[in-house]
Design a protein around this ligand. Structure first.
Ligand SMILES: *Cc1c(COP(=O)(O)O)cnc(C)c1O
Length: 431
C-alpha cells in the first residue's frame, strides 16, 4: 500500500515512511491510494469477532508490507486493552463511550497505535526519533501515556502555561523518562507556532529526526476507525439505520469513521457537530471554506479555526459538495445550548455528558428531527472529569474521580518553562 500527498498524487510513500515523516515533503496530508471494502461476511458475522480481530482485518491492507502480521497483532493488543461500550440514553439515542482508556479521552487509541508503530520502526535504528507536539489539553496526556517507555522515541510536549486543566497538566508533566514537558509562557497558538518553526529549522532537522503526533499522522488518524466498527457490532441488532454524530475539531475522528464506511460498514449518515468554531457547518451551507481564528469555548478541544483533516474528507467525496452532503451534515452550537442540554439530559436520564459529548448529542438530535427512525450514536470523546470545572458548574455535582486520574494527581509535576522559540531550539540541539 502506498499513500499519496493530497497536494500532488505523484508524491508517494510507504506506511513506514508516512508514519516517520508525518506530512509529505510538499506539506500535503497523506492519503491511502486505495480503500478496498472488507468482504460482506465480515459485517454479517461481526458479532462473532473479537475487537482485536476486527481491528486487525480493518487495518491490515494499510500496513501489510511494512509490519508483519504477528507484530501488527501485538500492536493492536497493546492499543486496545479497554472497552468501547455503546450505552443507550433514550429511545434511538445512544453514546459510544470512548473514555475508558488510560487518559480517558479517545485520543488514547490513535496515540497508542502510533507510538507502537514508531517503536516498531525504530528497532535497530541508530538515531532516536523525537516526537514534537503542541497540545491545548487532551493530546498531550494521550501522547505522553502512549509513548512512555517506547524505545528509540523521545517525546517533547509543548503546552500553554495555565491554560490546560489541572488533570490535563498532571497527565503530561508527571511521567518523566522519555517524556519532556515544555511549559510555554503563552497561548496554544504560540506552542503550535514554535513546533511548526522547529520542523522548518534545518539546524534542528540536520541534527535530529523529528516527527509530529497530531492527527495529520496516518498512524494516529486511521486507527480511530476501529471503534466505529466496535459500535456497529453492538448496534447492529437494533435493526435500524445507524447515524454517527461526532464532536469535531480537526475532523480526524469523523474522517476515520468515513474510512470505516468505505470499508463497507453500513452507516446511513455522519453528523459533524461543532461549537461556534463553525468553519465546516458554514462550508456545508454555502460551499465556501473560510478559516477563522479560533474562539474559546467550554468544549475547548474543538476550538479549531482551520480543521486540518477536512481536506481528507473532501477528497474522499470527490471534492464535490453535493456528494459530500449525501454522507455528511454539520451543525454548530453555542456554549449556552451545550450547558442547557447537559442539564436536560442529566435531569431526564441521569447521564452525565462532558461538554464535547453534549455537542455531539445536540448535532444528533438536530439530524433526527428530519430522520426520526434512525438509531443515533454520538461519541463521548472524553470522560466528564476531564472537564471538571464545566461539569461541576453546569450540573452542580462532582463526578467521582476514576482511579487512573487519582493516581496521577498525586505525582510531582516536572516541566521546562520556556517563553520563546530560541529556548526550545537550544533544548533540542543540546539533547
Ligand atoms: C481532540 C478532541 C476532539 C476533536 O477531535 P478531532 O478528531 O480533532 O475532530 C473532540 N473531543 C475531545 C474531548 C477531544 O479531545
Amino acid at each position: 500500500m502506498k499513500f499519496y500527498s493530497l497536494n500532488n498524487q505523484n508524491i508517494q510513500a510507504s506506511f513506514k515512511e508516512v508514519v516517520i515523516a508525518g506530512i509529505a515533503p510538499d506539506k500535503g496530508l497523506y492519503f491511502p491510494e486505495s480503500i478496498t471494502p472488507l468482504p460482506a461476511d465480515f459485517f454479517e458475522n461481526i458479532e462473532e469477532l473479537s475487537n482485536h480481530e476486527i481491528a486487525f482485518q480493518a487495518i491490515h491492507q494499510f500496513v501489510n508490507e511494512d509490519i508483519p502480521d504477528g507484530a501488527l497483532k501485538e500492536i493492536i493488543a497493546n492499543t486496545l486493552d479497554f472497552d468501547f461500550p455503546v450505552v443507550d440514553i433514550e429511545e434511538n439515542v445512544a453514546t459510544l463511550e470512548l473514555f475508558h482508556g488510560p487518559t480517558m479521552a479517545f485520543k488514547d487509541v490513535g496515540a497508542r497505535f502510533m507510538a507502537n508503530c514508531l517503536g516498531y520502526f525504530s528497532q535497530g535504528e541508530k538515531q532516536d526519533v523525537t516526537v514534537l507536539v503542541a497540545t491545548s489539553g487532551d493530546t498531550g496526556g494521550a501522547v505522553a501515556n502512549g509513548f512512555l517507555e517506547v524505545d528509540g522515541v523521545k517525546v517533547v510536549i509543548l503546552y500553554p502555561s495555565g491554560k490546560v486543566s489541572e488533570i490535563q497538566e498532571k497527565q503530561l508533566t508527571t511521567l518523566g523518562q522519555n517524556i519532556e514537558a515544555m511549559e510555554v509562557d503563552g497561548v496554544f497558538d504560540d506552542c503550535q507556532r514554535m513546533v511548526k518553526t522547529a520542523f522548518l529549522d534545518s539546524d534542528i532537522t540536520n541534527h535530529k529526526k523529528l516527527t509530529s503526533a497530531n492527527s495529520i499522522n496516518v498512524a494516529r488518524w486511521l486507527p480511530q476507525l476501529f471503534y466505529f466498527l466496535f459500535a456497529y457490532k453492538q448496534a447492529k441488532s437494533k435493526g435500524k439505520e445507524i447515524v454517527f454524530s461526532v464532536p469535531s475539531g480537526n475532523f480526524g475522528n469523523i474522517c476515520a469513521g468515513m474510512v470505516a464506511q468505505k470499508l463497507g460498514m453500513p452507516v446511513k449518515h455522519f453528523v459533524a457537530s461543532t461549537n461556534v468554531n463553525d468553519v465546516v457547518p458554514k462550508f456545508m451551507e454555502n460551499g465556501v471554506y473560510k478559516p477563522m481564528s479560533s474562539i474559546a469555548t467550554i468544549s475547548n478541544a474543538m476550538d479549531v479555526g482551520d480543521p486540518s483533516n477536512f481536506v481528507r474528507i473532501r477528497h474522499m467525496h470527490k471534492n464535490d459538495l453535493e456528494t459530500l452532503k449525501e454522507h455528511l451534515s454539520s451543525y454548530a452550537f453555542t456554549d449556552e445550548a451545550t450547558r442547557a442540554v447537559m442539564k436536560e439530559v442529566y435531569s431526564k436520564t441521569g447521564y452525565v455528558m462532558d461538554p464535547h459529548g453534549a455537542v455531539g448529542y445536540l448535532g444528533l438530535k438536530e439530524y433526527q428531527k428530519s430522520h426520526p427512525d434512525t438509531y443515533g450514536i454520538f461519541l463521548e470523546t472524553a470522560h466528564p472529569v476531564k472537564f471538571l470545572d464545566v461539569v461541576e458548574d453546569t450540573l452542580g455535582l462532582s463526578p467521582e474521580i476514576p482511579p487512573q486520574i487519582i493516581r496521577v494527581m498525586h505525582k510531582q509535576k516536572k516541566s521546562h518553562q520556556i517563553s520563546e522559540y530560541e529556548n526550545l531550539k537550544s533544548y533540542l540541539l543540546d539533547t
